[in-house]
Ligand binder design. Sequence first.
Ligand SMILES: NC(=O)c1ccc[n+]([C@@H]2O[C@H](COP(=O)([O-])OP(=O)(O)OC[C@H]3O[C@@H](n4cnc5c(N)ncnc54)[C@H](OP(=O)(O)O)[C@@H]3O)[C@@H](O)[C@H]2O)c1
Length: 487
Amino acid sequence: MISFSVAFDPNRGIGIRGSLPWHLKDELKIFKQNTLYKNILMGQTTFDTLPRKLTDRYITVVSIDPDYTAEDAEVTHDLIAFLKEHENDETEYIVCGGASIYRQAYPYAKKAYISFVKQAYEVDAYFDVYDENDWIVSKEVDYPDFVYRELKRKGADMTRKDGNIYVPFEDRKGNESIVYFTRDISPAGIKKAYEKVNANICGKVAIKLHTGEKNGPNIIPAKWVKEVMESCESLKDATIIETNTYYEGDRYTTEQHRETLEVNGWTFCPVDITDEEGTVDLPVEGGNWFDHMTVGSHMVNYDSLFTLTHFKGHTQGGFGGSNKNIGIGCADGRIGKAMIHSSEKGQWATREEELMEKISESTKATIDFFGKHVTYVNVMRNMSVSCDCEGLAAAPVVTPNVGILASTDICAIDSACVDLVHAMTQEQHHDLWERMQSRHGFRQLSYMKELGMGNDRYILIDLDNDEVRISAKEAVKDVIPFKRVEF
Ligand SMILES: NC(=O)c1ccc[n+]([C@@H]2O[C@H](COP(=O)([O-])OP(=O)(O)OC[C@H]3O[C@@H](n4cnc5c(N)ncnc54)[C@H](OP(=O)(O)O)[C@@H]3O)[C@@H](O)[C@H]2O)c1
């Protein structure tokens, strides 16, 4: 898909003597937020006159000069061929000027990020082809010096449909984060993994985990969590946090939920049902679907968040990793979860890419709230294709247990778990892989990356073998057929 990002004044002016006519800090911030980790395209003049290098973006420069080269950027000499090649891609290519490039790219663009600068400036370059009748405004924010709008071209279908396509590690672009891995699936394994990523967990700590439906057979055992909390200094006074469910079951009301917590053994530390007294709205920066997410009101009482996730399949999300644990698990039981799951077509009508994107935006609201004080451990054990919400009705586990992963990067840890499932043999991963793919679950990963939530590339560190870097294949090479072990 082609889109463009531009700022113009009331006369459609965009530049003067090769530079921007204005210096608008908020506008530059929006530009950065919209383009970070994305593919961007700009003319040679614009590229050569950038006041500072644009990092963490995949830049293509358009130049007529066959000998032109650009530092840290690709070069194309045929703009129209480039636009034609990418106009139907699922990946977004953002045209970032200048005047001649905007003019030629305009007919191909389906989406636009425009800052309408309020004051008129002295200009010599224009975005003269823009016609407001071509567009529908999907978002508008008023700033002192400009009005920012996001627009979709009338009649354009922009929903991505590639959430069922797995992108192999070697085809991904961008930075790498660290993901730790141990095969030791035990409280000691969780502790070992957590202690690698807990540097910023301090103050009043919330642990978000799935406490499960009554007697759910696959959840991380309460006894294990108790042991981990007792042995890790930063977790000694932590509180487990949960929210009520959107479906009518054993955790629909606070009263039912408390009874279920008791049955499942979550009695050794405080469990805060964060939405029992109401809700709070957290902003979603850069979201396509939401500008806020509604979460339990108690959420804002915590300084740090430890996301302890049972990684497994999920009936609608394809898989449940850290993203699903937070995105669904922190949204409150009546408003937030309805925003994610429901539409005028029904309570559970939101599916596939739209669902993955909404879950990820919800997660972003929470992790942005905690800033650097959030960390993730995913436990790849008892991986049914069903979520822990299905309790005793969950499909029997057939996928081998793999291990425990830890990272401070949510996109990296969930990407690594998906890669580890992928790296198993067809016989080993068949059911879980089918569940992820058929629900278009991979869109969780690509969308988290687009939202700037993290990297889908990572360095996998083997905690069991001198902390050397290993591949996903090496991590799963000794897995054995699943056998249920009771605790
Ligand atoms: N306000 C904003 O949001 C914004 C954003 C970006 C830039 N700007 C402003 O825009 C101004 C620059 O605009 P500009 O039009 O002078 O320069 P430009 O669009 O940045 O770059 C033009 C370059 O692209 C080449 N080119 C154009 N069409 C091509 C094609 N079809 N195939 C291959 N090469 C092609 C041109 O070659 P030729 O020389 O042969 O034509 C020239 O080298 C600056 O003032 C800048 O600050 C404003």
